[in-house]
Design a protein around this ligand. Structure first.
Ligand code: PLP
Length: 434
């Protein structure tokens, strides 16, 4: 396959205009393509597995709005539900039955969640979950992991993944030392490091928060026994275990990573898929802990658009569709085929490479040695990644524009599209080798 340069004149002009108006031309950093160079594609519309840019180019989309679109773009039942709800009103600032309907679906799906509070972004979910953990335990410190990203609330902007890693930022200016002085960090997949932190901060750690499958330093799986080990350490030291399943929830399995690995956290953060492509997120957990949230209890947390009816109906329709057992079976199969196809194609071209997956979430590194934490992830070849990314884009495959992000599939990714993607990867590997 000949790799051609696609025309992106309209995107170039749109980017120039946007840069004068929006910092970096975007409203979230990784969208600007700084990790790979070049002009970000400005999107006109999406349909199923495809994205269309404003120059008329078509791409098979493996970003899917960074995870939420598990049914693909503009899934008819979701669109119909949003339109029907919009006719009835877009926000009331008063309770609706829709919130209970989505809560019932979430509680039925996610094994450790007995009660849930809806918010509007993953950042709000994680920020609120640690406030709740601190209120519940009456302790101040939290443990997070290098390369894990939990949104942009101040206490989490320490050794963070995603855009922070892509831009190579150590920490962000504007975050007060006092906001992060109670954030302890450990390398991912290292139980001894966590044990040492617990011992050095005895009786002071409120919670340990982790992406159970890391998706923000690239895709990194927990090693065998690691999550169980964390559960045990939290129990021994009286700290809550918080799974940030904003990315993994309804993604690695319908019940999230906790169902996939059978390890139960005390609190769970959800986002992305739970809002079906609209702004909704949630935190939930054991009833006894959740009862501390206002107005049931005195841990304050609120939101003008929380439980927004448009987001609730999008979430309800999405969860109803993916609850069918055959859906995850197929998504998992498609993801396996992609990983194997990429790996084989790289091997054929003698390129150090590895690809891994869990459910409908996957990722790859240009690295010969095992990637198991942020340090090993950072050893991956980002220059090679950038070349591969552009070679794929020019063949109509849209991957995350950073080595430090995960990839996703949707129910709209047919076997034919997967085969086409693998063929593109073969050509891309061959082109970057030379
Ligand atoms: N937690 C995880 C694991 C995430 O991947 C993200 C976003 O990518 C967040 C939290 C923050 O979510 P949001 O961007 O909706 O604030």
């Amino acid at each position: 396959m000949e790799i051609q340069n696609v025309i992106n004149d309209a995107s170039s002009a749109a980017f120039e205009r946007a840069q004068a108006l929006l910092p970096g031309g975007v409203n979230s950093p990784v969208r600007a393509f700084r990790g790979v160079g070049g002009v970000p594609r400005f999107i006109d519309r999406g349909a199923g597995a495809y994205l269309y840019d404003i120059d008329g180019n078509q791409y098979i989309d493996y970003v899917l709005s960074w995870g939420p679109l598990i049914l693909g773009h503009a899934y008819p039942a979701v669109v119909e539900a949003i339109c029907a709800q919009a006719q009835r009103g877009t926000s009331f600032g008063a309770p609706t039955e829709l919130e209970s309907e989505l809560a019932e679906l979430v509680i039925a799906a996610v094994p450790s969640v007995e009660m849930v509070r809806f918010v509007s972004s993953g950042t709000e979910a994680t920020m609120s979950a640690i406030r709740l953990a601190r209120a519940y335990t009456q302790r101040e410190k939290i443990i997070k992991f290098e390369g894990c990203y939990h949104g942009h609330a101040d206490p989490f902007l320490v050794q963070a993944g995603s855009g922070v890693a892509t831009l190579g930022l150590p920490d962000s200016p504007g975050v007060l030392k006092s906001a992060t002085s109670n954030t302890l960090t450990a390398p991912f997949n290292d139980l001894d490091a966590v044990e040492a932190l617990f011992k050095a901060n005895a009786g002071q750690v409120a919670a340990l928060v982790i992406e159970p499958v890391a998706g923000n330093m690239g895709f990194v799986l927990p090693r065998e026994g690691y999550l169980v080990g964390l559960r045990q350490l939290c129990d021994q030291h009286g700290a809550l275990l918080i799974f940030d399943e904003v990315m993994t929830g309804f993604r690695v399995a319908y019940g999230g990573a906790q169902a996939y690995f059978n390890v139960m956290p005390d609190l769970t953060c959800l986002g992305k898929v739970v809002g079906g492509g609209l702004p909704a997120a949630a935190y939930g957990g054991r009833r006894e802990i959740m009862q501390m949230v206002a107005p049931a209890g005195n841990m304050y947390q609120a939101g003008t658009l929380s439980g927004n009816p448009l987001a609730m109906v999008a979430g309800i329709q999405t969860l109803r569709e993916i609850a069918k057992p055959e859906v995850f079976e197929r998504l998992t199969g498609v993801t396996s085929t992609l990983c194997q196809g990429f790996w084989k194609a790289a091997f054929k071209n003698s390129i150090p490479f590895q690809a891994h997956k869990a459910g409908s979430m996957w990722g790859f590194f240009f690295a010969g040695d095992e990637v198991y934490d942020f340090t090993s992830a950072k050893r991956a070849d980002t220059v090679m990644f950038g070349k591969f990314f552009h070679a794929m884009l020019e063949q109509g495959v849209y991957l995350a524009p950073s080595q430090f992000e995960a990839a996703f599939v949707s129910t709209a990714h047919s076997d034919e599209l997967v085969a086409q993607t693998i063929k593109a990867a073969q050509a891309a590997f061959a082109s970057i080798r030379s």
